[in-house]
Design a protein. Structure first.
Length: 152
């Protein structure tokens, strides 16, 4: 489920970058793609939480740093497929993740024991990274339930 929320976030941020107000985003597209109302709601809540905390998700500028782009070590290149590397770059370009998030994901790939991490594995790691950073900033709000959480 977490990976699907990341996919929805990519769609939502793409739509917001087209200057569409949140209320005008066509949710039937997401339903047609097989996403549930719970997954869509979780993604909207994440975006809303980020905006309400003052984070600027949509800017005219591509996020940049004073440093150059990160070059993967040979071991990292062999552990992360080219498609997954491209997916990471796409998420950074739309502003969903930062350079620090990329470092966290690469570290997690390297210690996880994946022979090769593809796009699906990266989606899972991105979901974990986003939920980890949300919990540390705002402990009362998460976009996803943990395995031990219960709903009352």
């Amino acid at each position: 489920m977490q990976e699907k929320i990341v996919e929805i976030l990519v769609y939502l941020i793409g739509e917001l970058r087209k200057n569409k107000p949140m209320g005008e985003i066509d949710l039937s597209v997401l339903s047609t793609r097989g996403y549930t109302a719970v997954e869509i709601s979780a993604a909207f809540n994440w975006v809303y939480d980020k905006i309400s905390m003052g984070d600027e998700l949509i800017t005219d500028e591509i996020p940049s740093t004073e440093q150059s782009f990160r070059i993967l070590h040979e071991a990292e290149r062999s552990a992360i497929t080219p498609a997954a590397q491209g997916y990471l770059m796409q998420l950074r370009e739309i502003g969903l993740i930062s350079d620090a998030d990329i470092e966290i994901v690469i570290d997690r790939v390297m210690v996880s024991g994946y022979v090769t991490a593809g796009v699906e594995e990266i989606k899972s790691l991105i979901a974990m990274t986003l939920s980890d950073s949300d919990e540390s900033l705002n402990s009362g709000s998460r976009i996803m339930l943990n395995g031990k959480d219960t709903i009352h």
